[in-house]
Design a protein around this ligand. Sequence first.
Ligand code: FA5
Length: 340
Amino acid sequence: MEHELLRIRDEALAALDACHDDDGLEALRLRFLGRKGELTGVLRGIGELQPEQRRKIGEIANQVKTLVEERMTALRTQWQAEQRARSLAAERIDITIPGNHRPCGSLHPLHQVLDDTIAIFTAMGFEVVRGPDIEDDYHNFAALNIPADHPAREMQDTFFVGPEVVLRTHTSPVQIRTMESRQPPLQIIVPGSVYRVDDDVTHSPMFMQLEGLMVGSDICFAHLKGVLTSFVHAMYGPNTPVRLRPSYFPFTEPSAELDIGCVICGGRKTGCAVCKGSGWMEILGSGMVHPNVFRAVGYDPEKVSGFAFGLGIDRIAMLRYGIDDIRLLYESDLRFLRQF
Ligand code: FA5
């Protein structure tokens, strides 16, 4: 029996040495250690031995069993480690290989300027309000003190969509819509696209404006000047010269255009194509809201006062980035846009 056990041990170890996969290992386990296996077969005969012999053979049988089991476990562990090493090698990532370049989009320069402009005014307490691009004649003109046949209509060449329907020529109609639906005090800005029959290097048929309106009980021209000067200094730097120049808009009285010292020639005047040698550049129209406008929306001009302004976002962007042709802003030429 002892010989039989040692034979089983040697055969099992030799077979395990030659074994290379899990299926083979399982077959060997069944062959030697299984219920009908060789070792189990020998152990079955143990009961017939003398007690002394039984103990000795039992001990050897246990040693053989433990040895074979340990070798099997060692093989499994070794194979798992090898498998793991193989998959790590196969899945190896070379982090030194340069990555694929994915082009990244950015905000259009007009939107960068628009966002900055909105941030400056909202920091002063203005609320953003929007209105429709397609307007009726009443909100775009009549309620703004521009009756039919008024010569001021020619200041803004209009795209007509229908007899009384236009593409808004400015953001001022949103002043009317807001005052019609709300009571003072009001402190709003209105960003948006506007449309005019206009097309040259500084005029586009579609462009962007930002309207401002502040209405309350004691709003005066000093408030207008203070708000707009703060805006210019925030946008162009605290030393930028500002001047208000008398102007005319049917919906404001008095009216003023606001000029800033030319950011291109720094006010030196000579030979500057952008300010045409004047040293100043106009950036917006403004004024105190006309009493007729207050009457049109049902406000009492004896009790409320206010100022309004409208600035061209395109103009602000051209001045900020030194763009000399407004059409570049609308042609979607990536070579141009990638510069921002
Ligand atoms: C107006 O549109 C008035 N609604 C502004 C206003 C509002 C005045 C409230 C008083 C009170 P104006 O037509 O000047 O005004 O246009 C304002 C700005 O829009 C101009 O200063 C200019 O920067 C810009 N702008 C006008 N036409 C064009 C155009 N075709 N292309 C690009 N920008 C333009």
